[in-house]
Design a protein around this ligand. Structure first.
Ligand SMILES: Nc1ncnc2c1ncn2[C@@H]1O[C@H](COP(=O)(O)OP(=O)(O)OP(=O)(O)O)[C@@H](O)[C@H]1O
Ligand SMILES: [Mg+2]
Length: 235
């Protein structure tokens, strides 16, 4: 974390190297992101949204948005007075649950439906629909931006976990896209969300290539997938 642009090394800012550095080890690539200082707060706490997108193919682009998702809250009330307190500025569950006053009964998640209802009660349906439409736009644009460069095989699919932050003007910001999102459950509700996510994914992937009237037996599919992965690992 740096507090000012001026403290970033020149090659990071400009992507160029000074003449006397030309022969040194290659420049590393960086992504610098501006810190969003005005996150939307609920109960004084910051949160971000975790949303799942399944990509079946990049060319042509075929993607599915999972209807469920959740908001992940930080443990401690938001303030800009300290910038290095991870319980104030981060929202990752893995980090928040290590807070000394973390309450596992309450957890730190809200299902996205609950979040949507809350926002609708506060700002009205139109504003919330606008926000969710802008989020759809983020999913589409982010996939389109890598559509031509990503290496994808027609036998593969990708399940992505998007991290989205909402600011106080109800504007969504894309923070990052995770290629292997955590499927660990932190509560019974979360367990349900993730098992349904896997089940829906398997339904769409349809490993057996089901036809009308076929029995789509997920357990059998998973066992077969597991066996084929084991054989591949042995080779
Ligand atoms: N630009 C930003 N503005 C405000 N908060 C941010 C910003 N970037 C990240 N955060 C906060 O920090 C948390 C962690 O950041 P991020 O999701 O980018 O990385 P990560 O999940 O820790 O790392 P990894 O790259 O290993 O998945 C986010 O969930 C969010 O709460
Ligand atoms: Mg993250």
């Amino acid at each position: 974390v740096v507090e000012q642009w001026s403290s970033l090394p020149r090659e990071v800012v400009d992507g160029v190297r000074l003449d006397d550095q030309k022969d040194e080890i290659p420049v590393e690539s960086y992504v610098a992101q501006r810190y969003i200082e005005n996150p939307y707060l609920i109960g004084g706490r910051k949160f971000d949204l975790r949303v799942y997108v399944l990509v079946m193919s990049y060319l042509p682009l075929k993607a599915w948005l999972y209807r469920d998702g959740f908001a992940r809250f930080s443990n401690t009330r938001f303030t800009l007075n300290t910038i290095d307190d991870q319980y104030v500025h981060l929202t990752n569950v893995a980090v928040q649950k290590t807070a000394p006053d973390y309450d596992p009964e309450k957890g730190c998640k809200w299902m996205i439906q609950q979040f949507r209802l809350y926002l609708t009660a506060k700002h009205g349906a139109e504003a919330v629909e606008g926000l969710f439409a802008e989020m759809d736009n983020i999913f589409i644009k982010s996939l389109q931006s890598v559509q031509k460069v990503i290496i994808s095989d027609k036998h593969c699919f990708e399940l992505y976990g998007y991290d989205i932050l909402i600011d106080q003007d109800l504007k969504p910001w894309l923070l990052e896209v995770n290629a292997s999102p955590s499927l660990t459950a932190s509560s019974p509700e979360d367990y349900e969300l993730k098992t349904h996510l896997l089940e829906d994914t398997l339904n769409i992937v349809d490993l057996e290539g089901s036809q009308l009237g076929y029995n789509n037996d997920r357990k059998k599919q998973l066992k077969r997938l597991f066996k084929s992965i084991q054989t591949q690992q042995k080779v």
